[in-house]
Design a protein around this ligand. Sequence first.
Ligand code: NCD
Length: 325
Amino acid sequence: MPPYSPVLMGEYNFGHRHLLGIEGLSREDIEHVLDLADTYVELSRQADKKTARLRGRTLINCFFENSTRTRTSFEVAGKRLGADVINMAVAVSSMRKGETLIDTAMTLNAMHPDVLVVRHPESGAVQLLSEKVDCAVINAGDGSHEHPTQALLDALTIRQRKGRLGGLTVAICGDVLHSRVARSNIALLNVMGARVRVVAPRTLLPVAIERLGVEVFHDMKAGLKDVDIIMMLRLQSERMHGSFIPSTREYFHFFGLDYEKLKLAKPDALIMHPGPMNRGVEIGSEVADDIDRSLIRQQVEMGVAVRMACLEIMTRDLGNNPPVR
Ligand code: NCD
């Protein structure tokens, strides 16, 4: 039997041409992605991992910023679905010769891709690009704005382990200011009925963050008390202009996750990190590698399944309503 039910396959109208952020997605949209992704988790654990759902389709990965897991997992996801996957090598592309983002978009568009997966250092750049092309665009991270597939894979990881998202208390800790992962997760967890806390020094929180529907803590002791999930964030020094923390040693002392701080959370609380990790800065190695408490490896596995689901949904909708070229 194929690993899809007819309901998962086609009945649900996702209704979004692009996946630019979690903002704008409904609870049903999110559940639809997660339900479909569940089937791809199963498929990815089999010896034969391939389907032909995207045969004949072309996916172009355009990463204008470094990435290991996100780019690789989109590539694996596309290939498992039978698509042709092209990784644009930005370091040697014409962008380096001064071509604008829009010219690059128009060039890629002329090759008739079905999906463009785009990461860019500027917030809003992916949306701008999506307005210029005929195919579906998936945001793989734009500046400190959104990273929707990361939030979806985090949600899938939590749901698989805890059985639900609603009613859980999730603490997002660290460099929230520069984090697109935090923004997308805050939006998703709120839609799904989880309680969200952010825990960080004042210098690493955006002003008026509570307007996003979070409780704010400046101290790990209070912030981690009785939480179900702890999401640690990397200190994103590449986005920092100036000094945000006194020293990484002091930062670890106050905000780094170790067993002592973990004790404050619920006894069955689980640890997450989107990667890449700075061991000894925001997270200690012993907790990061604790197979009973850390979900970091599962997050990577769920990343492929979620991206397969997103690729299928975005191309399915286009297939039903082909754009005028
Ligand atoms: C995150 C990103 O790039 O936004 N990483 C990822 O996609 N797995 C987080 C980070 O870089 O710290």
